[in-house]
Structure formats: C-alpha cells, structure tokens
Design a protein around this ligand. Structure first.
Ligand code: AHG
Ligand code: MN
Ligand code: MN
Length: 322
C-alpha cells in the first residue's frame, strides 16, 4: 500500500467498480511518485540530472532526461493499473494500454522541468476520466467530466493534492513507511489575499486587460485595488498552485503576443483541468481570464489555454478587466 485513501474521497465515486479502479490507479500513481521523488532528491548525484534529452515534446519544449524518465515510470505503472488510455505531455498521441479497462489518465509527468537543477519544488499532474468507447472520446471532453484531479509535489515534503469532487485533500508522504497519509481533510482557499503570481518579464507582450490589472496590483494601496500586494512566481505550476491552496492569492499565465503564446503556455488537458478541479473544490475559482476552465471542450490533445486561478475575489476582479 502506498496511499491511505480517505473514505470521503472514495465515497464520492458512485459505482463500486469505478471506485476500486480509481483506488488501484491512485496506488499505482503514488508508487510512481515515490520513485520519482527519490530521483529528484538525488539531484546531481545522478549522472545526467537536469540534462537535455536531445528531443522535443509535441509542444516544442526541449525534453530533459528526467521528463522522459518520469514518463516511462508512469507509463509502466499505468500498464499494471485498470487504465485503458494514457495521454502524456511527453507523447504526441494517446497510448492505448488495454482498451477493455475502465479509466483514462492524462498527465504532465514532470511539471516545472526547467527548475530540475535549481532544487525548487517540481511535480507530477494528472487527471482521471472514465474511459469512453474510443481513445479520442476519453479525453476530448470538458474538464467537468473528470473523476479525479491531482498533483504530486516533490519539495521539502512529497505531497499529493487531490479531489474527486467532494472537497480537496492533502496527503503527505511519510518516509518511515513510504505511505501517503491524509494531512488536511478539507483545504479551503481564502476568498481574498494580497499575493499575485505571474511571469512579469512578459509585460511588454500582454494584452491590455492583463497589463492593466497587473499595473493596478503594482500601484498598491494608492491604486484602484486599494491594497499593497506581494508578488511570488516559482515557475512550477504545482508549487505556485500549492502555495495558493495554503494561503490564497492569484496565479496568471495569460495569452500574449509572442509567437506561439496566443493561448498562453499551459495545457488544458493535463495542467489546467486538474488544477482547476482542485482549486474549485477548495472554494477557489479557475478561468481563462473570463470563462470557467472546466466548461471548455478539448479541441486538440496538447491545446494550450490562458489560465487564471486562485482566491475568488481577485479572480473575479480580473474578469472585469476584459
Ligand atoms: P513544464 O515543465 O511541464 O513544461 O511546465 C512548465 C510550466 C509551468 O510549470 C510554469 O508555470 C510555466 O511553465 C512557466 O513558464 P515560463 O517559463 O514561460 O514562465
Ligand atoms: Mn507543466
Ligand atoms: Mn512537464
């Protein structure tokens, strides 16, 4: 056993067969996360750590050796789980593992891989859907149809944030017995906060709504938002999301005018959808700036989406700038 899943989490999944399949899949993912966290913790003691793999993923990002390795670990684990289809950031197309199985899993095997060699938190993001009759239909649907959204963080703690649609829970890996144990049964994001997260180096490329909003944040107490705000940007979505879950705030990765950034940077299927599900279930909000992320149908497997999430007050405020 690698995770002590709470009764509340499983109770929300109505069919006993699906519930069993989800538990087995989470156990497989938790095993993978334990292995990945060991690799991350070894850092440069491991030869080739943080090195480029010499290839690109489907979205044109340079793959690092650890991106490829984590994808292999997760693929191998899911092959022994009740999973029919696997969609990964690191693979061009959907993989069919066993079309007779009940679930479909999408994943960003290693989020924040540009941070691998800097010893800050990185993670694994995943989303579980019921398998549909085809591989395509299993993923080309709205995020509101997810059974489970989750992410692991490999940081000072190795943790798992997860929802099945009845609140958001936090599990922490206890290294004494290598088991993820429930640490917070119900995460609640504060309605308001004085902290924003954005890659401000893209200021020149932002469209007016985001530019105006961030300018108003920077004006502090003297500006229209009438409060002094702090800025934080880790550059690993999982780490920024985890901070917001713990103490509120807003995260923005908007669309901008740079070539290739017309829909921002983050991918709908395996980054925005699971994080949006987790944030909403913790009482926060997740939009593309204006509209709810979980209502967006998927058009292409690696589709990008502008992403704004966090405490409800600032996320609603951003909408008014559009
Ligand atoms: P990945 O490493 O899976 O490609 O994801 C990195 C993402 C996300 O974690 C982070 O928020 C964002 O990219 C940072 O992008 P910039 O370097 O453009 O700021
Ligand atoms: Mn990512
Ligand atoms: Mn990644």
């Amino acid at each position: 056993m690698s995770i002590q899943i709470s009764d509340k989490f499983t109770k929300n999944i109505s069919s006993p067969e699906t519930c069993k399949a989800v538990s087995e899949t989470l156990t497989a993912l938790a095993h993978s996360a334990i292995e990945i966290s060991h690799l991350c913790a070894l850092g440069p003691l491991q030869s080739g750590f943080g090195a480029l793999a010499g290839s690109e993923n489907s979205d044109g990002d340079a793959q690092k050796a650890l991106d490829v390795r984590t994808d292999e670990i997760i693929t191998a684990a899911l092959m022994n789980a009740p999973v029919a289809y696997y969609a990964s950031e690191e693979q061009d197309d959907i993989m069919t593992l066993d079309s007779g199985k009940p679930l479909a899993v999408a994943s960003d095997p290693l989020d924040g891989s540009s941070n691998i060699d800097t010893n800050v938190s990185i993670g694994t993001i995943f989303s579980i859907f019921p398998a549909a009759t085809t591989a395509h239909d299993s993923f080309f649907r709205k995020g509101s149809e997810q059974l489970v959204g989750g992410f692991f963080v490999y940081g000072p703690q190795t943790s798992l944030v997860i929802t099945s649609g009845k609140g958001t829970e936090l599990y922490v890996l206890d290294r004494t017995d290598n088991v993820f144990k429930l640490a917070i049964a119900k995460i609640v994001i504060s309605k308001d906060a004085n902290e924003y997260a954005i890659n401000a180096s893209n200021f020149q490329s932002w469209y007016p709504p985001i530019r105006n909003y961030i300018e108003d944040c920077q004006m502090g107490a003297a500006g229209p938002l009438q409060k002094k705000q702090n800025m934080r940007w880790i550059g690993s979505l999982v780490a920024d999301a985890n901070r917001i879950l713990m103490r509120g705030g807003i995260f923005l990765y908007p669309s901008d005018t740079r070539p290739g950034y017309g829909d921002g940077r983050l991918r709908l299927l395996y980054e925005a959808n699971p994080v949006a599900f987790i944030i909403e279930q913790a009482g926060g909000m997740a939009t593309d700036g204006e509209n709810r992320i979980l209502d967006k149908p998927l058009n292409t497997l690696h589709e990008r989406v502008p992403f704004v999430f966090g405490s409800t007050h600032p996320v609603s405020q951003v909408k008014t700038y559009f």
